[in-house]
Design a protein around this ligand. Structure first.
Ligand code: 5GP
Ligand code: MN
Length: 359
């Protein structure tokens, strides 16, 4: 038997909306699904999993991403129909969003995470549905399914489909998209968000046809030689450790990315190597795209990198995994970060509430 969905539409004013929502889903219409920039496996997997389901319900579905995404995600069913935003397509995409009856926003909590699409979504007359597990969601949607305890948005999509009484519509393709999102957002089932429900849902997805080995190979074993060499370079030349602050970071210069011909997604997971050092509780990856510095933060325990990213680096995310950006040059960005380390360390050691809280 499928696990009982634990989550309803939140907060309380939305509780009654499930029936209204069901009516919208029953009525075939034009649906847009969008997700955050540089989509990861959860962002794209939940989008394509939901798209597969809604197509079976008779909807005309268009998945639009604000940017491109890594090559190791192109195996997902429905990938060929994804519309990737570009300035040339702005008008066409604007019309699609404008005409949509329903717009799903998956795996992000604020409209600034979808770049130019943000204003299009804000202004559309279509009903907006936010399904997400990040902290501090922006209040822009008509329907919200939000749970920070969910390991992945894909887990929420599974819940939603079951909650609608449509679990039987999840086929192998949909199951693999959702499984990919859960697998990656739990760090391959090792982060603290790997709950009993995660295993129950994944068990169901396997029962519904998900090929665990295929998904895992497609995502984790599809390295280019360039990516592996970039990783080698990052670890041997660009890793800095501050044992006294239980912190390590990797800083990739623009010339590194150019030298190894880095593609979208090539640096994904690098930050985890810094976090894997014995004793390290805070890790960062700085990546100089030449335009801005993209930052990934990871932590263990109660230290909230969401708060660090939000307060100092114009970003956010989860307590133990967050991202941000800096418009300062790389060296200055690193200096800013290292200057914050005594403060972070104190918070880590004292479990200060301001850094330990969930929201
Ligand atoms: P990553 O380091 O893998 O890019 O992101 C880690 C987590 O933080 C993901 O859940 C991602 O969605 C979120 N995240 C990454 N960058 C940003 C950002 O600039 N703003 C916010 N709000 N969240 C981010
Ligand atoms: Mn996610």
């Amino acid at each position: 038997m499928a696990p009982v969905p634990r989550r309803l539409f939140l907060p309380k004013q939305y509780m009654k909306k499930i029936e209204k929502f069901k009516m919208l889903i029953e009525q075939p219409g034009r649906v847009v699904i969008t997700t955050h920039q540089k989509p990861d496996a959860d962002a794209l997997g939940s989008s394509l999993g939901l798209a597969g389901f809604l197509k079976k319900k008779g909807h005309e579905v268009c998945v639009i991403t604000p940017t491109d995404y890594p090559n190791f995600l192109h195996w997902m069913s429905g990938d060929e129909d994804v519309v990737v935003y570009s300035a040339e397509k702005e008008k066409e995409i604007g019309q699609i969003v404008e005409k949509a009856d329903l717009v799903f926003c998956l795996d992000f909590s604020s409209l600034d995470r979808i770049n130019e699409l943000g204003e299009m979504v804000r202004n559309t007359q279509g009903k907006k549905v936010l399904i997400d597990h990040h902290l501090q969601p922006e209040d822009f949607a008509d329907f919200i399914k939000w749970d920070i305890k969910a390991a992945a948005t894909a887990e929420l999509i599974y819940d939603l489909i079951v909650q609608l009484g449509e679990g039987h519509l999840i086929d192998k393709d949909i199951a693999e998209c959702l499984y990919a999102g859960i697998m990656t957002d739990t760090g391959n089932f090792k982060h603290p968000n790997t709950t009993e429900n995660v295993f129950a849902v994944c068990g169901e997805l396997v029962k519904l046809g998900a090929d665990v080995s295929k998904v895992s190979r497609n995502i984790y074993d599809s390295n280019s030689v360039g990516r592996l060499r970039l990783l080698g370079h990052a670890l041997s030349e660009r890793l800095t450790v501050f044992p006294e602050y239980k912190t390590a970071f990797i800083a990739l210069h623009q010339k590194d990315l150019q030298r190894f011909n880095a593609q979208t997604g090539d640096t994904e997971g690098f930050v985890n190597y810094a976090l894997s050092i014995t004793g390290v509780r805070l890790a960062a990856l700085f990546s100089d795209s030449g335009d801005i510095i993209k930052i990934s933060f990871r932590s263990t325990g109660d230290f909230s990198v969401n708060e660090l990213a939000r307060k100092y680096f114009n970003g956010g995310g989860h307590k133990n995994a967050a991202g941000g950006r800096s418009e300062l040059p790389l060296e200055e960005t690193i200096n800013k970060f290292t200057n914050l380390l005594p403060e972070c360390f104190e918070a880590m050691e004292q479990n200060k509430m301001s850094y330990a809280k969930d929201i």
